[in-house]
Every structure is written in structure tokens, then in C-alpha cells.
Write a protein that binds this ligand. Structure first.
Ligand code: SF4
Length: 484
């Protein structure tokens, strides 16, 4: 008998059906208010402003953004956010609002300054700093000690997760050659770096679970029976080079995303026991047990590990394949990442089901399963809307220490966005200074923190463009390092 424990959302071509209080609260926000959508589109056009938002924005805000008809709205993972903001500025946007946490707006600011858009203002929507447990983990003395050890090791490259402040990136870059990565490109970054620099030592941080998962992934590749799958991942690698990389791969042991921390061993056991027919997805930031489960599923063609973009693509492709094959019935997906991802997933799945009328008629539907406690919602004073997904004053977090949704990402709200847009271009920009990303005008070794901290981001952008690490970075790795 099934002992299914988790809330879920059943997505049909023209209907969504929540199962459980948590899913009901999410579903409520998936039907955006048409007047709010129209008001947002009008304001964006009047202000000639663009908005780039992360997939983890709360479902009310994300649902409204997604339904907004403006071409100057984009929702994605952090890697794509900065690239799309640059495109918007190139197409004439006179201001960009970033809906995410502070390192995301700082990232857009740094990229704009390097791309010649230094006069285009970038805004965040709160006056208060928007933190991130991972970014904070890299700000303490433990991370400094980790980097000091790295800097003493010859041929070292520090691969730093984009989820860190510009100051952290600048301090790191001063100590040793540093390049940012995201969950979308971290595997390719590490493999390409080792392909270009023999005997390279990689120092990844600050996400401990992601570091452990990368180690698990490389160890699995090194143990394969032949080189085929390794070459498929990166044509310049074979099992021996991966084994060599493994011996020189380090990760910081004390950095955790409080959201992905929720997907621990108990959740993984429940998924394995009670959801054996489901396809399993997991973000690279989840703890090892959940990662191992999804990695095994991926190897059998029943799952995926990776970034939010990888998860969205996997769900879309699975639904499309079933629709093309004329299959009916229910496709089930375990969502091993932040619950707000359900918004883009639901939109993608519904669009596909509508596109394939036959599949909709045949009854194909998708069930998105949230591996969280059903009570992981916050109570509100609102009689109409008694519960909302996520946290308020500590509610919505499990007793085991994780949160169903990211409290930092939820600091951006639709109301705050509309208020800010109403002021942009009307009030002098000086009155909106509190909404600018941090400035970092102080200097380290004669360079501003903003300039020095932007360098690792520019290395990543060049890698994205060319598929190779920049020559200057490689020369820096070969030239620096080791005890002096
Ligand atoms: S989900 Fe929240 S806490 Fe986790 S890495 Fe993203 S911003 Fe940080």
C-alpha cells in the first residue's frame, strides 16, 4: 500500500489540481490577477524598464511576471539573468530591476559596467540587504583560511559559486586565480579547466553539498568500465584524467543553502520507498543522499541532476516525449529543488499539453511532487488567504533545519516592484539610492572591489562565449601559487 507523504500539484492542459495544503497555497498563486498583469505591463512600457527575475521568486510575483505581455520581462536561473539584462539594455531599456538576492543584482551591475552600460541604472526592490546563507558562509574567517591553503598550493584555481558577494570574489581574486560558476556550468567549468591546465588543483566553494556531489559525480565517472561516457561529457577527458582531477579536487566543508539542506537522507528514503514510479529531479545543491538517488535515476533515463534550467528542460522533454508518443495517464516528477520552480514548470507543461491536443484528449497529465512537509507553509492574518507557501517569522521551515522556500528570495514582492517602477524615471535617481546594488568603491591593491570582484565573473562569461578558459586566467594559474 502506498504511504505517499508529500503534497503535489496535478497539471492538466487547462486545469491544476493541488493535493495538500502546501500545494493548495502554491496553486492559489498560479492564477495571476489579470489587472495586476496589465498594470505591470503598462508601467514597464512607460518607464522603458526591464525586469530579470530568478525562478525562486514567490509564485504570486512570478505568476504575474510570466503572464505579463512585456518583452522586457525575463525569468530564469542566475546565469541567464545577467545575459538577458545586457540584451535588454542593448535593445534600449533605460533601467533594469533585478528580482533575486543581492549577489544577483551585484552580478548584473558588474556585467553592465564591463559591457559599457554603466549609465543604465540597476535596482533591487528592497531597501534592506537581501542575504543568502551560502553567500554568508564565504564571508567568515573559515573561508579565508580555506583560500589561504589554496593560494599556497601550486597550479590552483578557485572556482567560486556565483552565489557570493562581489567583496568575497574580490578578496579571493586577490589571493589566487578565481573564476565564478553557476550550477548550470560548474561541471563543464571544472572539466575544461583541468583539460587546459595539467596537474591543476581545483578549490571549489562555498557550497559543501554541491562540492560533495561533484566529487561523487567524478568518482562515479572514474569507476566506469570504459571511457565512452566520460568522453561524452568532455571529449578531452578519460577515466585516468578524471581520477587525477579527483585527487586534486577540494571543496569547502562549511557552506549550506538552507533551502536545499531540506532534501536530506529522510526525504531521499521516502522518495525511494514511496515514489518508485516517479521521475526524480535534484538540484546540485541538495545533500548527497538525494543527489545519489537522482543521479542513479538519471543514469536509467528516469531523472536529472543539475541546475534549475536542467530540471525545467528535463520535465519539458519528458512531457513532450510522452505527448508525441500519444501516451495517456500521469507522469510523476519529484521536484528536488525550491518549490517556486513549480511556476515555470506548470507553464511549460500546460503549454506542451495544449500544443499536443491529442495528448490532452488522451488524458496525459503531470504530477509535480514537493518533497516537503505538508505543514511547510506560513499562516497569514488574511481571511481570504490563510496560508501561503514559505516562511514568515520562522514558520514554513522544518524542525530538521531546512526551509521549503527561500526566505531571502521571498523578500521581493509584487507590491514592492510596482512601487519602485512607479518611481523610476519620475523621481531623481538619488532618491532611489537605497535600491541600488552595493557600490564597493573601496580599493584592494589599487583596484576597486567592484572591478576586482567583477573579474571572476568576466572569466566565466568568456568561458560561456568561447568554451575555453581565458588565456590570461590560465597564465595566472601557471604563474601564481605556491609558497613564496
Ligand atoms: S535558495 Fe536562497 S539560501 Fe539557497 S542559495 Fe539560493 S538564495 Fe541562497
Amino acid at each position: 500500500m502506498s504511504r505517499e507523504a508529500f503534497p503535489s500539484l496535478i497539471v492538466r492542459a487547462n486545469k491544476i489540481e493541488p493535493q495538500g495544503v502546501f500545494a493548495e497555497a502554491l496553486a492559489r498563486y498560479l492564477r495571476p490577477d489579470a489587472r495586476a498583469c496589465a498594470g505591470l505591463a503598462r508601467l514597464l512600457a512607460a518607464r522603458q524598464a526591464g525586469v530579470v527575475a530568478h525562478f525562486y521568486m514567490d509564485p504570486e510575483l512570478q505568476g504575474t511576471l510570466a503572464a505579463c505581455s512585456s518583452a522586457h520581462v525575463h525569468i530564469s536561473d542566475s546565469l541567464e539573468m545577467a545575459a538577458r539584462a545586457v540584451q535588454m539594455a542593448g535593445a534600449g531599456a533605460r533601467a533594469i530591476v533585478v528580482l533575486g538576492v543581492d549577489f544577483m543584482s551585484e552580478n548584473v551591475r558588474a556585467v553592465f559596467d564591463a559591457a559599457g552600460f554603466d549609465r543604465v541604472p540597476v535596482y533591487r526592490v528592497t531597501r534592506e540587504p537581501i542575504g543568502c546563507s551560502l553567500a554568508e558562509a564565504a564571508e567568515g574567517p573559515a573561508y579565508g583560511a580555506y583560500l589561504a591553503r589554496a593560494a599556497e598550493t601550486p597550479r590552483s584555481l578557485h572556482v567560486i559559486y556565483i552565489n557570493t558577494s562581489l567583496r568575497t570574489k574580490a578578496n579571493a581574486q586577490r589571493l589566487l586565480p578565481t573564476m565564478t560558476c553557476t550550477s548550470s556550468n560548474v561541471v563543464r567549468t571544472v572539466l575544461q579547466a583541468r583539460a587546459q591546465i595539467p596537474e591543476l588543483s581545483v578549490w571549489y566553494g562555498p557550497d559543501t553539498y554541491m562540492g560533495g556531489n561533484l566529487r561523487q559525480l567524478f568518482a562515479g565517472l572514474a569507476r566506469l568500465d570504459d571511457d565512452g561516457a566520460v568522453r561524452e561529457l568532455h571529449r578531452e577527458h578519460e577515466r585516468a584524467s578524471i581520477a587525477d582531477l579527483l585527487g586534486r579536487f577540494h571543496y569547502f566543508p562549511q557552506g549550506v543553502c538552507i533551502v536545499h539542506h531540506l532534501f536530506g537522507a529522510e526525504i531521499a528514503r521516502t522518495v525511494e520507498r514511496d515514489y518508485e514510479d516517479a521521475l526524480v529531479t535534484a538540484h546540485l545543491e541538495v545533500p548527497g543522499e538525494m543527489f545519489a538517488l537522482a543521479l542513479a535515476a538519471q543514469r536509467q533515463g528516469r531523472g536529472v541532476v543539475g541546475s534549475t534550467a536542467n530540471i525545467l528542460r528535463f520535465v519539458g522533454e519528458a512531457v513532450q516525449a510522452a505527448a508525441r508518443a500519444g501516451r495517456g495517464g500521469r507522469l510523476r516528477f519529484v521536484l528536488g529543488t525550491e518549490a517556486a520552480m513549480v511556476t515555470p514548470i506548470m507553464r511549460r507543461v500546460q503549454a506542451l499539453l495544449r500544443e499536443h491536443d491529442g495528448a490532452a484528449a488522451g488524458g496525459l497529465e503531470a504530477e509535480i511532487i514537493f518533497p516537503v512537509a505538508d505543514e511547510a507553509v506560513a499562516r497569514t492574518e488574511d481571511a481570504e488567504l490563510a496560508v501561503v507557501p514559505g516562511v514568515a517569522s520562522g514558520e514554513g521551515c522544518s524542525t530538521a533545519g531546512g526551509c521549503a522556500t527561500c526566505p531571502y528570495m521571498k523578500m521581493s514582492s509584487l507590491g514592492a516592484l510596482l512601487d519602485l517602477l512607479a518611481r523610476i524615471g519620475v523621481e531623481p535617481d538619488e532618491s532611489l539610492v537605497a535600491f541600488h546594488p552595493r557600490k564597493y568603491a573601496d580599493t584592494i591593491g589599487g583596484r576597486t572591489v567592484a572591478d576586482l570582484g567583477g573579474e571572476p565573473i568576466l572569466h566565466m562569461r568568456e568561458f560561456q562565449r568561447t568554451g575555453r578558459l581565458p588565456d590570461a586566467l590560465v597564465a595566472d594559474v601557471l604563474g601564481r601559487g605556491g609558497p613564496t
